[in-house]
Design a protein around this ligand. Structure first.
Ligand code: AHR
Length: 500
């Protein structure tokens, strides 16, 4: 099999915003408790945060973290999670059928974020709560001093405001499973009122309105149009959420990036339609603030908790184990985000630790990298400057959901400050290698290095017993001569080429 790709550093899509490499920590399962926070663990710091996890989060290169949910946030009372630990109540978490102890709240999470050098993106409860509670949290978090709420924060031991810039106006409000789920019209009105009220406190806040929970929602498209019609002038971003899983057709699964491309294109078109109708000059951006591989079907059928007397603390939920194939699809989702860098300016890998996560931990035991860790860490480290439009000529294959799909997927970035470029390639073929020829354009003469994620066993994964089974390997088939380079991509593989 063969493919040819063409790199032109002048063919710019848009700047790569560092917030594209964001993630998500929800109070769900063992994400917080027994994940980032495990007092008594041998690596825990004086505040109970696992240092081994902190090191892995830093290595992953996460830039901004959405918190504290997710479905959890739609039943969350923020006041429970601040102030003296001994007076924080235990509460039911109806979203995940668990008990929330509130041992970790805003102050603790903010302190942890400083350790991992990441920005806070705070989600508001617009499910069971409304405008007043959102305003209260904003004032508590961001006002320096002089009111009851600001003084409470100071008395709670946090003299400086948290200065939260980016706020999500609820979570997945289109989903019938969401506490306080509303119609697009009702949610759009509530989101607009909340946004207007928040902006009268601080017009410079960056606000994200809820888009669809997935492109397969029955309300998809019309939801975005209605919600944006209410909120266009008040918000900066509309969210997208997408999870992919192998439903027994690997070829189809490997083409998931095509679905993500279509999803983003459709939301951009809808936002631009509302812009045109309103005669607005403002551009609406996308916060792709939940994306990942998630074996949701298994959760629904096997892991879901029930029972009025069964509300565990930090149960094992959504602890998906990721294979090489999952990581290759995951890498191609990152490529889709890069290809839309002009409109997708913020994104959150959902999630970070233990819950559909690149980082796993065992209570009292080690922390390790899942297969998906590697494409994320490499892309976050090397994709910088601007995303480039890459032309791909490739053999194709037939898929059930997307028709004829290119066997090779490609994306690239170029940083004109450093002169460095990064090229991303995926081979979707299940059994055959692909020889790729790269027209380097003005990258000719750069020093090229390639690293690939692949395995003779596409189901190979990293586990507690075998934490280092899968990793990156140098791809030494890379050759370059003048303005062209060539490389062999193994079956089901993700590859990064850096040009320095
Ligand atoms: O990330 C897991 C869940 O997926 C989130 O809580 C929710 O927003 C989405 O449905």
């Amino acid at each position: 099999l063969h493919a040819r790709i063409f790199i032109d550093t002048r063919s710019v899509i848009g700047p790569v915003n560092r917030r594209l490499f964001g993630s998500f920590v929800e109070h769900l399962g063992r994400s917080v408790y027994d994940g980032i926070y495990e007092p008594g663990h041998e690596s825990a710091d004086e505040n109970g945060f696992r240092r081994d996890v902190i090191e892995l989060v830093k290595e992953l290169g996460v830039t901004a973290i959405r918190y504290p949910g997710g479905n959890f946030v739609s039943g969350f009372r923020w006041e429970d999670s601040v102030g003296p630990l001994e007076s924080r109540p235990r509460r039911l978490d109806l979203a995940w059928h668990s008990t929330e102890t509130n041992e970790v709240g805003l102050a603790e999470f903010d302190a942890w974020l400083k350790l991992v050098d990441s920005e806070l993106m705070l989600a508001l409860n617009l499910g069971t709560r409304g405008v007043q509670e959102a305003l209260d949290l904003l004032e508590y978090a961001n006002l320096a001093e002089g009111t009851a709420l600001a003084e409470k924060r100071i008395a709670d031991g946090h003299p400086e405001p948290y200065g939260v810039q980016m706020w999500c106006l609820g979570n997945e409000m289109d989903g019938p499973w969401q506490l306080g789920h509303r119609s697009a019209d009702d949610y759009g009105k509530l989101a607009a009122q909340t946004a207007r009220a928040m902006r009268s406190f601080d017009p410079s806040l960056e606000l994200v309105v809820c888009g669809s929970s997935s492109a397969s929602m029955p309300t998809f498209g019309e939801w975005e149009r209605t919600v944006l019609t209410h909120t266009y002038d008040e918000v900066d971003y509309i969210s997208c959420h997408a999870y992919y899983e192998d439903r027994g057709d690997r070829g189809d699964f490997l083409a998931s990036g095509v679905n993500m491309d279509h999803f983003i294109d459709a939301v951009v078109a809808t936002a631009d339609h509302v812009k045109a109708v309103r005669g607005s000059s403002k551009t609406m951006y996308i916060s792709f603030d939940e994306w990942n591989i998630w074996y949701n079907e298994r959760f629904e059928k096997v892991d879901k908790l029930t029972g009025v007397d069964n509300w565990p603390v930090a149960p094992r939920l959504l602890e998906d184990r990721y294979s090489v194939t999952d990581a290759v699809v995951f890498g191609s989702l990152l490529m889709s985000l890069l290809r839309h860098a002009d409109r997708v300016t913020s994104a959150s890998l959902a999630q970070l630790v233990n819950v559909i996560a690149p980082i796993m931990t065992e209570p009292g035991g080690p922390a390790w990298r899942q297969t998906t860790f590697f494409p994320f860490a490499e892309t976050a480290a090397h994709a910088s400057g601007s995303a480039l439009r890459v032309n791909v000529e490739s053999d194709t294959y037939q898929t059930a959901s997307y028709g004829d799909v290119s066997l090779v997927d490609a994306a690239a970035t170029f940083d004109d400050q450093t002169g460095n470029a990064a090229i991303y390639l995926v081979n979707r073929s299940e059994h055959e290698s692909v020889e790729v020829t790269i027209n380097l354009g003005d990258l000719a003469g750069s020093v090229l290095t390639a690293t690939s994620l692949a395995s003779s066993d596409p189901d190979a994964a990293n586990t507690l017993d075998e934490p280092d089974r899968v990793g990156l390997t140098a791809n030494d088939t890379l050759r370059s001569s003048g303005a062209t380079a060539s490389i062999t991509l193994p079956p089901i593989s993700w590859t990064q080429i850096t040009a320095l």
